[in-house]
Design a protein around this ligand. Structure first.
Ligand SMILES: Nc1ncnc2c1ncn2[C@@H]1O[C@H](COP(=O)(O)OP(=O)(O)O)[C@@H](O)[C@H]1O
Ligand SMILES: [Mg+2]
Length: 253
């Protein structure tokens, strides 16, 4: 059993307090959503968990592991993978090759070279990538080049790449940004399926409250680097400070 336990996390960027003593737990097997205004520190929290930002203070433990003592590639090896707020795809490669990159983020350079010359290994990785593409609903896209594909497809490719390393915890940053209502609900369904069928814990940053309310087990509201409240969707929706300050009555209606 591995919960993600964050305590008193403090991040400053040249005078800007991005995280001001954040504490929260993500329980194994849940969809945990982070919401809050732009600039409130959500992506910074992801960057700390995945090792891209080193906090000034605080702790991040995943099960027995102290994540702050590990570099990013070792964090992926513990079973944590992520997507980025801005797409990190390579447009001139096929969907399948973009997804296969997810395997190679797990291993060091020398091993990467050895893997490239192991045909059997490549076949196994392709089989797994195709399975995950099928799961996500992109089975017909594997040989298509990513450039020119709709934004929704590109975002799903990024999620697929994060899944192919077989994580236990996935961090998804703003999956529904730029999507229409139908695409947003499709993403919500996929996030639920990642939890229910793959058994992966999901930590998601998202502005779209219809997605957050539909799929979250718990929701955490951030403002200015602080946790305002954490609770089940209905509790958070009813929280007076949340309604007045962040969500707006029309958004949560
Ligand atoms: N690498 C960075 N360098 C300087 N300031 C940063 C950096 N990353 C984030 N910030 C600042 O930290 C604050 C939190 O940003 P961020 O975590 O991206 O917020 P959110 O994802 O909630 O929109 C903002 O004021 C942002 O400008
Ligand atoms: Mg962000």
């Amino acid at each position: 059993m591995a919960d993600l336990v964050i305590e008193n996390l403090e991040v400053h960027f040249s005078g800007v307090v991005a995280l001001d003593g954040v504490s929260l737990n993500v329980r194994e097997g849940e969809v945990f959503s982070l919401v809050g205004p732009n600039g409130s520190g959500k992506t910074t929290l992801f960057n700390c968990i995945s090792g891209f930002v080193t906090p000034l203070g605080g702790t991040i433990d995943y099960g027995d592991l102290d994540l702050l003592s590990k570099p990013p590639h070792s964090i992926i090896a513990t079973g944590i993978s992520r997507t980025f707020q801005n797409l990190q795809n390579i447009p001139y490669m096929t969907v399948l090759d973009n997804v296969l990159l997810g395997n190679h983020s797990r291993i060091g350079n020398r091993e990467t070279v050895r893997r490239w010359i192991s045909r059997r290994q490549r076949e196994l990785e392709e089989e797994r990538a195709l399975e995950v593409l099928d799961f996500i609903g992109l089975a017909n896209y594997e040989q298509k080049y990513l450039s020119g594909q709709p934004y929704c497809i590109q975002k799903l490719v990024e999620i697929t790449r994060a899944l192919v390393s077989q994580p236990k915890l996935i961090l998804i940053d703003e999956p529904a940004a730029g999507m229409n209502d139908q695409e947003t609900m499709e993403i919500a369904k996929i996030i639920g399926e990642i939890r229910d069928y793959l058994g992966i814990t999901v930590l998601v940053v998202e502005h779209d409250m219809s997605l957050v309310m539909a799929v979250s087990d718990r929701v955490c509201v951030f403002d200015s680097g602080n946790v305002i409240t954490i609770g089940e969707p209905a509790e958070v929706k009813a929280h007076p400070e949340v309604i007045s300050a962040f969500l707006g009555e029309s958004v949560v209606a």
